[in-house]
Ligand binder design. Structure first.
Ligand SMILES: [Zn+2]
Length: 139
């Protein structure tokens, strides 16, 4: 005589039926921001990356001839043309210093002499073609 058993309890748990599996919550992939699946999200780009090229313009310095109190002929480093420099004379700071000293000493008449003397004047050389400053001659 077999003990009466509950057949339903002894049976291994049956796999869920077809209708159960359809009702089960479906797996949804993580989708932040409601981005349409299947379309790869492309960040806004500014076109393909451009290789940065550093162009180094090497200009060989033009050796300047020694500048004197007179105009000299040289190649302008700016416009690279053979020019004769334009001279602008200006009184150097030494001239103003001597002028002040003479004024303090009392030689009012002589005080303006250093400003008139060529030995106290700087000669600014500039290009007559492009007007760029080339150099200065200090006596
Ligand atoms: Zn020039």
């Amino acid at each position: 005589m077999y003990p009466q058993v509950n057949k339903e309890q002894n049976l291994p748990s049956a796999p869920p039926s077809y209708s159960d599996s359809m009702n089960a919550p479906k797996y949804e992939p993580y989708n932040p921001g409601n981005i349409p699946i299947g379309h790869s999200y492309n960040a806004p780009t500014m076109g393909p990356p451009q290789p940065t090229r550093v162009i180094v313009v090497q200009t060989e310095p033009i050796p300047l001839p020694p500048l004197g109190p007179k105009s000299v002929q040289l190649t302008c480093p700016t416009c690279r043309s053979l020019v004769t420099t334009r001279i602008e004379e200006e009184s150097s700071s030494t001239a103003y210093l001597c002028c002040m000293l003479l004024f303090i000493v009392g030689c009012f008449v002589c005080s303006c002499l250093p400003l008139c003397m060529d030995n106290f004047k700087n000669c600014k050389h500039s290009c007559p073609s492009c007007g760029s400053f080339i150099g200065i001659y200090k006596p």
